[in-house]
Design a protein around this ligand. Structure first.
Ligand code: CTP
Ligand code: CA
Length: 222
């Protein structure tokens, strides 16, 4: 195995991969989360490692085991994920597959919020930092290749192109999460936008998507 890794197209490269959801606490027992399972991000991390990359996987709370052959860092919130990404730099490659919570509660209650019989509480929200936009910004630490994801339920092409431009990433993998069984499931249907082209991949297993994306990254670094 080691001999094979030493020959991989990504040998000597460091890749950071974010994966899974984030949990944004409301109080000590409750949180805001989403349906991400981490399956796609974890599979990408493993596929990059299989091509010889040194991989740092930064994972939100998932029920998957830590993949063998790479370093997994566990985080809960978007802000923790951002700090972990910054601490893992420098890197040649960043793949931001995590479904980062867009909002956290503006304040976290120190104690469990009780019912008390009155009106239901309302949650004031604050926007989380954008990890992908941060890592895509020009600077000495910017990875050579930054790949973002986009979870969309409609107008895939249009939203993906706008998102790629807005985030400043090099490639963007747009997921059609409107399809049944994609978010949290084993299959994915993606549109890959690069600097030069746009390709629609037929619906396939998330492991196959990961291998195909990793192979493309391998070609990029050849
Ligand atoms: N992302 C991130 N940090 C955030 C939000 C998103 O790094 N705070 C990353 C995701 O990991 C993904 C990409 O940005 O790679 C796009 O995420 P998505 O939720 O599709 O886009 P948003 O910019 O959050 O826009 P919206 O949810 O409104 O469509
Ligand atoms: Ca979002």
């Amino acid at each position: 195995i080691q001999a094979a890794l030493n020959k991989g197209p990504l040998r000597g490269r460091h890749a950071i991969v974010t994966s899974g959801p984030t949990h944004e606490p409301i109080d000590p027992v409750r949180f805001i989360a989403n349906r991400s399972s981490g399956k796609q991000g974890h599979a990408i991390a493993s596929a990059l490692a299989a091509l010889g990359a040194r991989v740092t996987l930064i994972s939100g709370p998932v029920s998957l085991p830590d993949p063998p052959g790479l370093t997994t860092i566990h985080v809960e919130t978007a802000r923790e994920m951002q700090s972990a990404v910054q601490a893992a730099l420098p890197a040649d490659i960043a793949v931001c597959a995590a479904a980062v919570g867009d909002w956290r509660t503006a304040t976290e209650a120190g104690q469990k919020i009780k019912k008390g019989g009155g009106a239901p509480p309302s949650l004031a929200l604050a926007e989380n930092p954008d990890i992908l936009a941060g890592i895509s910004a020009p600077g000495p630490q910017r990875p050579r290749l930054v790949v973002g994801f986009a979870a969309e339920t409609e107008k895939l092409e249009e939203h993906a192109a706008t998102k790629r431009a807005r985030k400043g990433c090099d490639w963007l993998v747009a997921n059609n999460v409107g399809g049944t069984g994609i978010m949290g499931g084993n299959e994915n249907e993606v549109l890959l936008l690069t600097e030069t082209d746009s390709a629609h991949w037929d619906r396939m297993n998330k492991l196959a998507v990961a291998q195909r994306l990793a192979a493309k990254i391998g070609d990029y670094f050849k």
